[in-house]
Design a protein around this ligand. Structure first.
Ligand code: RRO
Length: 279
């Protein structure tokens, strides 16, 4: 995280952290294909107590650190939120969207009542709260309203898409967990569509993520309605300098189009639908 920040990222998000150490799913847990990356990591992490040290180190880089947390019930989310705050995190991302973890992530993030309770349960820590939602959520309007009512400070979209890869010689699925989540350039249109729809449903700030590999990709998310973007797969593939490079390219794209800040471009692509009166 510190290296990514020193190479130009404006902030960092941790791997999702739970209360207890967790080894994750069995190998193989990542497959690369021409369509992107399919992972079934299974939320491996050393638990919040140990991870707090990594958060402290990341803070030395001087950029905002967002702690991503996961649990299966509101009380545990609440404990994690307090621990993340004590470790110095500046904001919380709630993982309500990992597509391949039993009883966690997407399995709880599709239930608006539970998702709302989880958001409420972490507010006591006093940090800004950003639930991260799945592209498989099909009650987007209800979820957006739930997050607003529960006091979320913004929404992150999207997590990976449920996916599977088969080795035809072995006649078997490749991933140890069989099912995984697809990320990389091929998911970008799905993410841009979700941010676009969310922008029309809520005034909450939006964080766009999914398939961003250059400044132009970032600007697509921004014009759809995101005020901040995250980069995952590209940084994994190209190395820790990718975020700084994308930020540089974004600056040039904004200048080329006559924008003086990211804020000026947020939601810039909505005029067409507004004009048609289909908003
Ligand atoms: O660790 C994972 O397997 C994982 C997580 Br926490 C997530 O949110 N999304 C994903 O594709 N993989």
């Amino acid at each position: 995280m510190a290296r990514v920040a020193s190479l130009g990222a404006g902030g960092v998000v941790t791997k999702s952290i739970g209360l207890e150490p967790r080894s994750g799913h069995p190998n193989p847990c990542i497959v690369e294909s021409q369509h992107g990356l399919i992972n079934a990591m299974g939320l491996p992490n050393p638990g919040m107590e140990d991870y707090s040290e990594e958060i402290s180190e990341a803070l030395d880089a001087g950029v905002p650190v967002m702690a991503s947390i996961f649990a299966d019930k509101p009380e545990d989310f609440s404990r994690l939120a307090k621990m993340a705050k004590d470790a110095g995190a500046h904001a919380l991302e709630l993982n309500l969207s990992c597509p391949h973890a039993k009883g966690l992530g997407l399995e709880i993030g599709q239930d608006p009542r539970l998702a709302g309770m989880i958001v409420q349960s972490v507010k006591g820590a006093g940090l800004p709260v950003f639930p991260k939602i799945s592209p498989h959520v099909n009650n987007l309007e209800e979820m957006a309203r739930t997050f607003e009512d529960a006091g979320a400070d913004g929404i992150v979209a999207i997590n990976t898409l449920r996916a599977l890869a088969i080795d035809v010689d072995l006649r078997a699925p490749i991933l140890g967990n069989i099912r995984g989540g697809l990320s990389g350039p091929s998911v970008k249109p799905v993410g841009v569509r979700m941010i676009y729809d969310l922008h029309r449903l809520t005034k909450l700030p939006l964080i766009g993520v999914g398939g961003i590999s250059c400044g132009r990709d970032a600007l697509e998310y921004i014009m759809a309605g995101a005020s901040l973007v995250q980069v995952g797969t590209t940084a994994w593939q190209r190395g820790p300098g990718a975020c700084g490079e994308i930020a540089c390219e974004l600056g040039k794209e904004l200048e080329r189009l006559g924008y003086s800040s990211v804020q000026d471009a947020v939601g810039a692509a909505h005029w067409l639908e507004d004009e048609r009166g289909q908003g």
